[in-house]
Structures are given as structure tokens and as C-alpha cells.
Design a protein around this ligand. Structure first.
Ligand code: FAD
Length: 277
């Protein structure tokens, strides 16, 4: 018989271990459609004590372990010699990569913005998430540390990168000129992007265009000095084209450009370490 995971209470003392190998349990306390294509799911639990979204840079990702259809509690793997293992007979959780949107350490409360993109196990879970669902959270992984030496920084991405862009923009030094370009399904999916840097933010409504096409055109058309730094995250093929544009059209230095493929059209569960190479 598989264990009855629905009765598993969040443990008060998280197991020791490096952050990526430690999976914290958390329970959904709220789920809101904050814009036409974004569901904000908020989870809480004592296991989130000590979680630090800016542990190693800004906009770092988390791994989420989510319940399957018809389940309320995700089976949380343990780490054995062969990697993550679930108890014999238990269902494997949905595992996907997301970004913390906000964390309140006083309440051990974490909010994550899920893009509702249609067919996709995590997107579909977010659409049905309700208080009491239990999930696992691992991470955060390494984020981006804006360089204090950058005179100009381009932050660009699609709606999946918005939580990371918001976190990075808030950490950009006031000495940097910040240009932000975000492609969203529609303008109603825009959110506030605050920064102490002198910043210009442009929202691109995708409409019927191919994902990333408007973002790429806007980046090519931007005025960027060759010394600019750039962080770009969006669909995997598009970001590879954008990398070439930044190097060839704008003359940016390879070392100053960070490219992240956050999802890949036609492929489920795109890896979390796609640096567009
Ligand atoms: C470092 C990192 C951080 C991320 N942070 C976030 C985040 O904070 N919020 C967020 O919403 N996403 C984020 N993503 C993207 C998210 O991991 C992917 O979109 C993921 O594929 C969604 O899983 P799914 O189960 O819904 O779809 P999957 O089962 O992975 O894919 C099913 C189908 O949907 C397509 N698909 C997947 N994502 C999209 C999309 N956005 N638009 C259109 N089609 C899509 C796939 O190509 C596939 O054909 C991040 C990704 C990375 C690598």
C-alpha cells in the first residue's frame, strides 16, 4: 500500500543538507488570478524557516514538487545514492522550475507566480491549487548579481521571467542605467518593476505574434552601448537568437551577457540550466 501522504504534516525541523538537496514542505494558503495569464499561489509552513530568495544572487530559481491530478499532497522525494527517490508505490510528483515572487520571513510565506499557458502539468496544477494542497520547495539556485561596474544593464524576458526581472531590478545599483523590456501575452499581465536605478520599462503585448518575436525586435531596435551588460530569459530558441543579436548587432562582450532558456516550445519540463550555449 502506498503511504497515505494526505495526512503527512509539515515537519518542524527541516533535514540538514545543501539547499538544492533539501526539499521543504509547504501548504497552499492562498491562490489568486492576479492577471489574465498569471496565478499567484502562496504557500506557508515551518519548513520555510530560513528560506532566503537572495541567498546567492537575485531571481534564482526554485524546484517545486507538486501534486498530480486528483491529489492534494505531493510525494516528497528523499535523496538516496541514485538521486531523488520516492517510496515504493507512491506517485511521482510533478517537478518544475519556478522563481520566488515574494517571501515573508516573519510568516514563512512564499508567493510564486505561475504563468497559465494552457496544457502543462504545473500550469494546470496552479489553476486548480487551493488551500490545503501540500507541495515541496527546493532551492533557491544561483541567481544574478548585477555588477556595480555596469554603466548600463538590459533586463529582458517574457512573462515566465517576470518574477526574476522584478527581483533583479530591485537590486540594480543606482549608478547603473537600467533598460527593461518584457513581452507579456497582453498588457493587463504587466506588474510594477521598481528599481533605485534610472530605469526605462517597456511592455510588449504579444497578441498573435510568435512568443519572443516582439522581444527580439525590441532588443535589436534598442540603443545599447557596447559596454552594456544584459540578462535575458525567455523561450529557449528565441534567447539564442537574442544572444547573437546582443553580440553581433550591439557588440556586447560575451562575458557581460547572461542568457537563460526558461521553456522550450514543444518540450515539457525544460531543464533549469539552459544558458543558451
Ligand atoms: C530558471 C527558471 C525559472 C522559471 N521561473 C518561472 C516562473 O517564476 N513562473 C513561470 O510561470 N514559469 C517559470 N519558468 C518556466 C517554467 O518552468 C516552464 O514554463 C515550465 O515548462 C512549465 O511547466 P508546465 O508543467 O506548465 O509545462 P510543461 O509540461 O513543462 O510543458 C508542456 C507544454 O507547454 C509548453 N510550455 C511550457 N511553458 C510555456 C509557456 N510559458 N508558454 C507557452 N508554452 C509553454 C511546452 O513547450 C510544452 O509543449 C522558469 C523556468 C526556469 C528554467
Amino acid at each position: 500500500m502506498p503511504p497515505d501522504t494526505t495526512t503527512t504534516a509539515p515537519t518542524a525541523t527541516p533535514p540538514a543538507g545543501p539547499p538544492r538537496r533539501r526539499i521543504r514542505r509547504a501548504a497552499v494558503v492562498d491562490s489568486q488570478r492576479i492577471s489574465p495569464h498569471v496565478q499567484r499561489v502562496t504557500v506557508e509552513g515551518p519548513d520555510l524557516e530560513g528560506f532566503d530568495p537572495a541567498r546567492d544572487g537575485h531571481g534564482g530559481h526554485i524546484k517545486l514538487f507538486l501534486p498530480n491530478t486528483d491529489e492534494r499532497t505531493a510525494t516528497i522525494p528523499t535523496f538516496g545514492p541514485n538521486g531523488p527517490e520516492v517510496p515504493k508505490g507512491a506517485s511521482r510528483p510533478i517537478v518544475r522550475t519556478y522563481t520566488p515572487r515574494a517571501f515573508d520571513p516573519s510568516a514563512n510565506r512564499l508567493a510564486v507566480d505561475f504563468v497559465l499557458h494552457g496544457e502543462g502539468a504545473a500550469s494546470e496544477w496552479a489553476a486548480r491549487a487551493e488551500p490545503g494542497h501540500e507541495i515541496g520547495v527546493a532551492g533557491p539556485g544561483r541567481g544574478y548579481q548585477p555588477s556595480p561596474d555596469a554603466t548600463h544593464l538590459l533586463l529582458a524576458g517574457d512573462e515566465t521571467a517576470l518574477s526574476a526581472i522584478i527581483a533583479i531590478a530591485a537590486a540594480v545599483p543606482s549608478s547603473t542605467v537600467l533598460r527593461v523590456l518584457v513581452e507579456v501575452p497582453e498588457l493587463a499581465d504587466a506588474q510594477d518593476i521598481a528599481s533605485s536605478a534610472e530605469s526605462t520599462v517597456s511592455w510588449l503585448a504579444r497578441g498573435d505574434h510568435q512568443p519572443g518575436a516582439m522581444l527580439r525586435s525590441a532588443i535589436v531596435a534598442s540603443t545599447l552601448p557596447a559596454a552594456a551588460h544584459a540578462w535575458v530569459a525567455a523561450e529557449a530558441r528565441t534567447v539564442r537568437d537574442i544572444r547573437r543579436d546582443l553580440l553581433d548587432v550591439h557588440g556586447c562582450a560575451r562575458d557581460n551577457v547572461v542568457i537563460r532558456g526558461y521553456w522550450r516550445a514543444g518540450t515539457a519540463n525544460h531543464p533549469d540550466h539552459d544558458y543558451g550555449e
